[in-house]
Design a protein around this ligand. Structure first.
Ligand SMILES: Cc1cc2nc3c(=O)[nH]c(=O)nc-3n(C[C@H](O)[C@H](O)[C@H](O)COP(=O)(O)O)c2cc1C
Length: 199
Protein backbone atom coordinates (compact mmCIF):
# COMPACT_ATOMS: atom_id res chain seq x y z
CA UNK A 1 0.00 0.00 0.00
CA UNK A 2 1.05 3.59 -0.51
CA UNK A 3 2.03 5.26 2.75
CA UNK A 4 -0.87 7.75 2.59
CA UNK A 5 -3.32 4.88 2.03
CA UNK A 6 -2.00 3.01 5.05
CA UNK A 7 -2.35 6.11 7.21
CA UNK A 8 -5.83 6.90 5.96
CA UNK A 9 -7.22 3.39 6.06
CA UNK A 10 -6.05 2.59 9.60
CA UNK A 11 -8.99 2.69 11.99
CA UNK A 12 -9.24 1.27 15.46
CA UNK A 13 -11.08 -2.00 15.01
CA UNK A 14 -13.20 -3.45 17.80
CA UNK A 15 -14.61 -6.53 16.02
CA UNK A 16 -12.35 -9.44 15.14
CA UNK A 17 -12.58 -12.91 13.68
CA UNK A 18 -10.72 -15.71 15.45
CA UNK A 19 -8.38 -16.22 12.47
CA UNK A 20 -4.84 -16.44 13.77
CA UNK A 21 -2.08 -14.06 12.69
CA UNK A 22 0.92 -15.74 11.11
CA UNK A 23 3.63 -15.24 13.78
CA UNK A 24 6.24 -14.34 11.17
CA UNK A 25 3.94 -11.64 9.78
CA UNK A 26 3.51 -10.17 13.25
CA UNK A 27 7.25 -10.33 13.80
CA UNK A 28 7.86 -8.46 10.56
CA UNK A 29 5.58 -5.69 11.82
CA UNK A 30 7.33 -5.55 15.19
CA UNK A 31 10.62 -5.43 13.34
CA UNK A 32 9.43 -2.29 11.56
CA UNK A 33 8.32 -0.85 14.91
CA UNK A 34 11.86 -1.25 16.19
CA UNK A 35 12.81 1.36 13.56
CA UNK A 36 10.87 4.02 15.50
CA UNK A 37 12.92 6.90 16.88
CA UNK A 38 14.09 6.60 20.45
CA UNK A 39 15.74 9.03 22.88
CA UNK A 40 19.46 8.25 22.98
CA UNK A 41 18.52 5.15 20.99
CA UNK A 42 17.55 3.65 24.34
CA UNK A 43 14.69 1.64 22.84
CA UNK A 44 13.31 0.93 26.28
CA UNK A 45 10.00 -0.47 25.12
CA UNK A 46 8.77 -4.01 24.72
CA UNK A 47 5.62 -5.97 24.03
CA UNK A 48 4.16 -8.65 26.22
CA UNK A 49 2.40 -10.78 23.61
CA UNK A 50 -0.36 -13.27 24.33
CA UNK A 51 -1.83 -15.41 21.56
CA UNK A 52 -4.47 -18.05 20.90
CA UNK A 53 -6.10 -19.74 23.89
CA UNK A 54 -3.81 -17.82 26.25
CA UNK A 55 -5.71 -14.63 25.40
CA UNK A 56 -8.57 -15.89 27.60
CA UNK A 57 -6.28 -15.41 30.62
CA UNK A 58 -5.91 -11.77 29.57
CA UNK A 59 -9.64 -11.22 28.96
CA UNK A 60 -10.74 -13.01 32.13
CA UNK A 61 -8.92 -10.25 33.98
CA UNK A 62 -9.45 -7.22 31.69
CA UNK A 63 -13.07 -8.01 30.83
CA UNK A 64 -14.46 -10.45 33.39
CA UNK A 65 -17.22 -12.81 32.20
CA UNK A 66 -19.94 -11.05 34.22
CA UNK A 67 -19.26 -7.80 32.30
CA UNK A 68 -19.26 -9.33 28.82
CA UNK A 69 -23.00 -9.41 28.23
CA UNK A 70 -23.30 -5.64 28.47
CA UNK A 71 -19.99 -4.97 26.68
CA UNK A 72 -20.43 -2.92 23.48
CA UNK A 73 -17.86 -4.81 21.43
CA UNK A 74 -18.45 -8.52 22.04
CA UNK A 75 -16.13 -9.77 19.28
CA UNK A 76 -13.18 -7.74 20.52
CA UNK A 77 -12.23 -10.76 22.61
CA UNK A 78 -11.92 -12.89 19.45
CA UNK A 79 -8.69 -11.05 18.66
CA UNK A 80 -6.10 -13.82 18.25
CA UNK A 81 -3.29 -11.69 19.65
CA UNK A 82 -3.12 -9.13 22.42
CA UNK A 83 0.02 -7.23 23.30
CA UNK A 84 0.68 -5.09 26.34
CA UNK A 85 2.90 -2.13 25.48
CA UNK A 86 5.61 -1.74 28.10
CA UNK A 87 8.12 1.04 28.73
CA UNK A 88 11.05 0.75 31.11
CA UNK A 89 12.17 4.06 32.68
CA UNK A 90 15.20 2.32 34.23
CA UNK A 91 16.59 1.67 30.75
CA UNK A 92 16.61 5.46 30.23
CA UNK A 93 18.33 6.14 33.53
CA UNK A 94 21.02 3.61 32.57
CA UNK A 95 21.44 5.00 29.05
CA UNK A 96 21.63 8.61 30.24
CA UNK A 97 24.24 7.64 32.80
CA UNK A 98 26.58 6.56 30.00
CA UNK A 99 29.56 8.88 29.32
CA UNK A 100 28.06 10.61 26.26
CA UNK A 101 24.84 11.47 28.14
CA UNK A 102 25.91 11.79 31.77
CA UNK A 103 26.25 15.59 31.55
CA UNK A 104 22.49 15.88 30.98
CA UNK A 105 21.87 14.76 34.58
CA UNK A 106 18.94 12.71 33.33
CA UNK A 107 20.53 9.47 34.47
CA UNK A 108 20.05 10.45 38.10
CA UNK A 109 16.32 10.11 38.52
CA UNK A 110 13.08 9.96 36.53
CA UNK A 111 12.14 13.23 38.26
CA UNK A 112 14.86 15.02 36.25
CA UNK A 113 13.08 14.36 32.95
CA UNK A 114 11.05 17.23 31.47
CA UNK A 115 8.95 14.65 29.63
CA UNK A 116 8.81 10.87 30.02
CA UNK A 117 10.81 9.83 26.96
CA UNK A 118 10.09 6.15 27.71
CA UNK A 119 6.38 6.87 27.16
CA UNK A 120 7.14 8.89 24.05
CA UNK A 121 9.39 6.21 22.55
CA UNK A 122 6.90 3.43 23.28
CA UNK A 123 4.16 5.56 21.72
CA UNK A 124 6.17 6.17 18.55
CA UNK A 125 6.88 2.45 18.30
CA UNK A 126 3.23 1.60 18.89
CA UNK A 127 2.11 3.90 16.10
CA UNK A 128 4.69 2.41 13.74
CA UNK A 129 3.42 -1.05 14.67
CA UNK A 130 -0.22 -0.14 14.05
CA UNK A 131 0.66 1.20 10.61
CA UNK A 132 2.81 -1.83 9.74
CA UNK A 133 -0.07 -4.12 10.75
CA UNK A 134 -2.51 -2.11 8.66
CA UNK A 135 -0.17 -2.36 5.68
CA UNK A 136 -0.40 -6.16 5.97
CA UNK A 137 -4.18 -6.23 6.31
CA UNK A 138 -4.17 -6.78 10.06
CA UNK A 139 -6.47 -4.58 12.13
CA UNK A 140 -5.85 -3.43 15.64
CA UNK A 141 -7.18 -1.54 18.61
CA UNK A 142 -4.98 0.29 21.10
CA UNK A 143 -7.00 0.67 24.26
CA UNK A 144 -6.80 1.60 27.88
CA UNK A 145 -7.31 -1.70 29.65
CA UNK A 146 -8.94 -2.14 33.03
CA UNK A 147 -7.49 -4.09 35.98
CA UNK A 148 -3.88 -3.10 35.47
CA UNK A 149 -2.72 -4.32 38.87
CA UNK A 150 -4.20 -7.76 38.27
CA UNK A 151 -2.71 -7.90 34.77
CA UNK A 152 0.70 -7.01 36.20
CA UNK A 153 0.41 -9.74 38.76
CA UNK A 154 -0.78 -12.39 36.31
CA UNK A 155 1.80 -11.60 33.63
CA UNK A 156 4.70 -10.86 35.98
CA UNK A 157 5.24 -7.23 34.99
CA UNK A 158 7.60 -5.47 37.44
CA UNK A 159 6.30 -2.45 39.33
CA UNK A 160 8.79 -0.01 37.78
CA UNK A 161 7.76 -0.87 34.20
CA UNK A 162 5.11 1.38 32.71
CA UNK A 163 2.18 -0.28 30.96
CA UNK A 164 0.89 2.07 28.25
CA UNK A 165 -2.12 0.01 27.21
CA UNK A 166 -3.09 -3.04 25.19
CA UNK A 167 -3.08 -3.62 21.46
CA UNK A 168 -5.62 -6.20 20.24
CA UNK A 169 -4.81 -7.44 16.72
CA UNK A 170 -6.48 -9.61 14.16
CA UNK A 171 -8.63 -9.71 11.08
CA UNK A 172 -11.59 -7.41 11.44
CA UNK A 173 -15.25 -8.23 10.95
CA UNK A 174 -16.30 -5.03 9.18
CA UNK A 175 -19.98 -5.98 8.87
CA UNK A 176 -20.13 -6.46 12.56
CA UNK A 177 -18.33 -3.31 13.51
CA UNK A 178 -19.88 -0.86 15.93
CA UNK A 179 -18.16 2.48 16.01
CA UNK A 180 -16.33 3.71 19.08
CA UNK A 181 -17.99 6.49 21.08
CA UNK A 182 -15.56 9.10 19.74
CA UNK A 183 -15.99 8.19 16.05
CA UNK A 184 -18.41 11.00 15.18
CA UNK A 185 -16.05 13.73 16.31
CA UNK A 186 -14.61 15.65 13.38
CA UNK A 187 -11.02 15.06 12.45
CA UNK A 188 -8.63 18.00 12.60
CA UNK A 189 -7.19 19.38 9.39
CA UNK A 190 -3.67 20.63 8.72
CA UNK A 191 -4.98 24.21 8.75
CA UNK A 192 -6.44 23.71 12.22
CA UNK A 193 -3.27 22.31 13.78
CA UNK A 194 -0.56 24.47 12.19
CA UNK A 195 0.07 27.69 14.11
CA UNK A 196 2.16 30.07 12.10
CA UNK A 197 5.03 31.53 14.11
CA UNK A 198 2.88 32.28 17.15
CA UNK A 199 0.51 30.40 19.50
C1 LIG B 1 -4.17 6.56 24.12
C2 LIG B 1 -5.40 5.96 23.48
C3 LIG B 1 -6.31 5.29 24.25
C4 LIG B 1 -7.45 4.72 23.65
N1 LIG B 1 -8.31 4.00 24.44
C5 LIG B 1 -9.37 3.41 23.86
C6 LIG B 1 -10.24 2.59 24.66
O1 LIG B 1 -10.01 2.38 25.85
N2 LIG B 1 -11.31 2.02 24.05
C7 LIG B 1 -11.57 2.22 22.72
O2 LIG B 1 -12.56 1.67 22.22
N3 LIG B 1 -10.77 2.99 21.94
C8 LIG B 1 -9.68 3.57 22.48
N4 LIG B 1 -8.84 4.35 21.71
C9 LIG B 1 -9.17 4.55 20.27
C10 LIG B 1 -9.69 5.94 19.98
O3 LIG B 1 -11.04 6.05 20.41
C11 LIG B 1 -9.59 6.18 18.47
O4 LIG B 1 -8.23 6.14 18.10
C12 LIG B 1 -10.17 7.54 18.05
O5 LIG B 1 -11.57 7.57 18.24
C13 LIG B 1 -9.92 7.84 16.56
O6 LIG B 1 -10.40 6.77 15.75
P1 LIG B 1 -9.46 6.00 14.70
O7 LIG B 1 -8.18 5.61 15.43
O8 LIG B 1 -10.26 4.79 14.29
O9 LIG B 1 -9.18 6.93 13.58
C14 LIG B 1 -7.70 4.89 22.26
C15 LIG B 1 -6.75 5.57 21.49
C16 LIG B 1 -5.60 6.08 22.08
C17 LIG B 1 -4.60 6.79 21.20
Amino acid sequence: MEFADVVKSRRMSRAFSQVAIDPSLFEECVDLATRAPSAGKTQGWSLLVVTGDETSRYWDIALPIEKRESFSFPTLINAPLVALVLADPHAYLARYSEPDKASTGLGESVDEWPAPYWTIDASFATMTLLLALEDRGISSLFFAHAQEERLRESFGIPAHVQVLGTIACGYSLPDNERKGRSASRTRNTAASVIRHSHW
